[in-house]
Structure formats: C-alpha cells, structure tokens
Design a protein around this ligand. Structure first.
Ligand SMILES: [Zn+2]
Length: 121
C-alpha cells in the first residue's frame, strides 16, 4: 500500500496527532504532556489525512478549508475526496459536494488549495 494512513483526533476542542486507533470502539492514542505521555481517549471526531499537501506544503486533512470556503469532505456519491462549500462563520456545510452539483472537481483545484483552517476546530 503506497497511501499514507494518518489521522488527527478532535478531543477537548483541540486537534491531536493520533498514534493508534483501537477498533471497533474507535478509541485513539494521543499525546499527553505528562507521564505516561500517551492517553487513550474517545475522540469527538477522527479526521483523515487525504494524502495531499497544500501550496505551502502542509498536509491536508478532512475538514480543511481555504479562504473561499472550499472544504475537503469525503463524498459517498463520488466515492472520493471532494470540495464542499463551507459557511465559514458557522462552520456549517451549505453545499455538500461541488462535483455532485456539476460545479467543479476536486482534482482540478486541489493543486491550488491553501489551508486557512479546519471546520472541526
Ligand atoms: Zn460528490
């Protein structure tokens, strides 16, 4: 498998690196600043690395959005990562998938994507 599998966990309103995931309960191992430096928690959200970098070289994760409110989502209909339209002030998705709407496709725009935030934080 050439694809990098990587996740971040939303826990106590912060995104943390994930060192391990237990199935099927989906508890995750995240860093802790004191001994034993790792803790198992039930995350509020698990977000997935999409195996791409933005124009600044930062890794792109599910829920990342740019200045235009284009937000990375998994579309079950397209069976691929796509852009949704995010209402940035409320962090609500107002258009679930631009590709399904016939607007534009992820692959045509991901190379110019610049992350400014993530909708989960
Ligand atoms: Zn779609």
């Amino acid at each position: 498998m050439n694809r990098q599998l990587k996740f971040k966990a939303l826990y106590e309103n912060k995104l943390h690196d994930v060192y391990g995931i237990s199935f099927p309960e989906l508890t995750v191992k995240i860093p802790l600043e004191r001994f034993p430096f790792i803790q198992d928690v039930k995350a509020d959200e698990l977000i997935q690395f999409i195996d791409k970098a933005d124009v600044n070289g930062s890794e792109i994760f599910e829920g990342d959005y740019d200045n235009d409110g284009n937000c990375v989502v998994w579309c079950n209909n397209c069976n691929s990562w796509q852009f949704a339209k995010l209402d940035v002030p409320t962090k609500d998705i107002c258009i679930p998938c631009h590709a399904c709407d016939g607007n534009f496709f992820f692959d045509e725009h991901i190379h110019e994507f610049k992350t400014v935030g993530n909708r989960f934080i």
